[in-house]
Ligand binder design. Sequence first.
Ligand code: F6P
Length: 357
Amino acid sequence: MKRIGMLTSGGDCQALNAAMRGVVKSITNAEKDVEIYGFLEGYKGLIYGNFTMLTGKDFAGILTKGGTILGSSRTPFKLIREPDENGLDKVEAMKQNYYKLKLDCLVILGGNGTHKTANLLREEGLNVVTLPKTIDNDLWGTDMTFGFQSAVDIATEAIDRIHTTADSHGRVFIVEVMGHKVGWLTLNAGMASGADIILIPEIPYDIDKIIDKIHERTARGSKFTILAVAEGAISKKDAKLSKKEYKEKMKNYHYPSVSYEIADLIREKSDYDVRVTVPGHTQRGGSPCPYDRVFASRLGSEAGKLILEGEYGFMVGIKNREIIKVPLEEVAGKLKSVSADATIVKEAKMLGISFGD
Ligand code: F6P
């Protein structure tokens, strides 16, 4: 008999269900005597013992379904050691529920914050296997996270659609792509859709360089310019501020997001007609793309194999197209960001894409 606890934590993304289905199918195909405890709304479910019993049937027909059948929530790692409003020790509560239900292991699907907590639970002696989800693709130890390709498709389509209207009206368009800390999504969607300027958190921009690029395009006869801007894009000036100074600046920040500030600066310094489009959470919504369905299923299958073999303390990931297992302590707390000297950035620059640097 295997007793498996499962939860999805943090911002959702496509293929969470496909990944869970992969885990459950691979285990139940090999072993009939399995109990699955689905903790609801992420770590909250494990903390407060809020779970539902699931069978193989619950995972049928969900390969293509977006979101997560278990629900999700953010449980910030920095607060995990702090008691809740009723004085409950959250880590102790998670351990107690694990032991009370006599679980053999926890299957945890999540991104960066989720992995810090998963590693903490491992350090506390629980058996944990994790799967890498996030549209940001910023998890250390894996070339790819599921959700990323689906989000690239959506953001690309959003920018594709802007091209025609930008052309008709001769406008400068800023499309804001998700990603506060890293620019993988913006970089890939920007390149896929032929954006002229790509701004990502890892490469601070200079507004004058952005305007130079627009002028250059106008001088060449282009009627419009498209900017793919990450939520976390930052100016060179702001990047030089200390954490405290930046926090101070943000207190009086009156723009909904950085794209609106950039739009205003372009307007102030030129005569261009500028518009901002924010696809927002549509990038995380809907059905996973075929790549993510296959990838998440492969990860699920390998996670199932680890569980059947009683190998715990790993995240399953992908390296050079092979599914691998990475020790959780190597993954937790590290961010995989875009390097300013990455080959892909150099290649993009050779194509004439400006990073505003
Ligand atoms: O981490 C995934 C992500 O979608 C980021 O790209 C985005 O900045 C953030 O989550 C949005 O978070 P929330 O759904 O809590 O608004």
